[in-house]
Design a protein around this ligand. Structure first.
Ligand code: ADP
Ligand code: MG
Length: 268
């Protein structure tokens, strides 16, 4: 059976649309946390998502990779629309297999590194490719070694997560996501749990990923990353996009008064 792929827009003059979000809404009880968010990320876009605590940033990322199901709206990954249906008055994914596949195409890196503590770093990195993608183990190990080299922790391949610093664990988590060859990488405050002296090593890995052309959506409070690495900055306020533009423009004079107040708190 052929997968139910809806090839909608696919490519545009400016490059392939890797992620398209249309008018996402999400409530918890009576609290509407996302109030109609739309976003397109093209191949190689690095989008920093900024906003105060509680503005809905994590919920937005979680809706994109279907850890939460939006009440309303559409999401497409690499031109494939995620199919939804109404069941018992609720919006639910219509096709479980599509959900699993789409999830495997979206890398997610969390604030807490979420490595398997009973597995070595190498085992963590090959887990997805071997068990989810069912690829040959030897091939996955060879690729994992290249990835661990790339994130600078090749010598930790046989160590357990507890024996790594936070920065090393987060770099391992990034390698683990990359091992799935994701189409888009989602980062939710990847450096917020780190001691300040470990933040730079993780940001450097993210910067090199950006320079290689990875499509990235990054929730961060690192203003230097937002300004200097991303090509687009989105500022969320109360579940809506308040400001959206190129970093030079927004950090210049283009942002809204709320955005200016927000970055003022970071000394920006
Ligand atoms: P941010 O990441 O910008 O800090 P979140 O997306 O985590 O914001 O949260 C936005 C709002 O949604 C907050 O008020 C939070 O308490 C609420 N919220 C998030 N997840 C849940 C949930 N599972 N159940 C109820 N409320 C939630
Ligand atoms: Mg959050």
């Amino acid at each position: 059976m052929t997968p139910t792929t809806l090839n909608q827009t696919g490519t545009t003059m400016a490059g392939t649309t890797r992620l398209s979000v249309r008018n996402i809404r999400k409530s918890f009880g009576t609290h509407e946390v996302l109030r109609g968010i739309s976003l397109d990320a093209r191949d190689g876009d690095v989008i920093s998502l900024l906003g105060a605590s509680g503005s809905g940033k994590s919920t937005f990322l979680r809706c994109i990779n279907l850890l939460e199901i939006a009440d309303h709206g559409e999401i497409s990954v690499d031109g494939e629309l995620i199919q939804m249906e109404q069941r018992g008055g609720k919006n639910v994914p219509a096709n479980r297999r599509q959900v699993d596949r789409i999830r495997s195409e979206l890398g997610m890196v969390f604030q807490s590194f979420n490595l398997w503590s009973h597995m070595t770093i190498l085992e963590n990195v090959i887990e997805g490719p071997v068990h989810v993608l069912r690829r040959p183990r030897a091939e996955c190990i060879a690729e994992a070694e290249v990835l661990l080299e790339k994130v600078g922790i090749a010598e930790k391949r046989n160590a357990y997560p507890a024996h790594l610093s936070g920065g090393q664990q987060q770099r391992a988590a990034i390698a683990r996501s990359l091992a799935m060859k994701p189409k888009v990488m989602l980062f939710d405050e990847p450096t917020s749990a780190l001691d300040p002296e470990l933040v730079g090593e993780v940001l450097r890995v993210m910067r090199s990923l950006a320079e290689e052309g990875m499509t990235m959506l990054v929730v961060t409070h690192e203003m230097s990353f937002a300004r200097n690495v991303s090509n687009r900055v989105i500022f969320m306020k109360s579940g809506e996009i308040d400001s959206d533009g190129a970093p030079d423009q927004l950090f210049g004079s283009g942002g809204s008064p709320s955005f200016r107040q927000f970055i003022g708190n970071f000394g920006g």
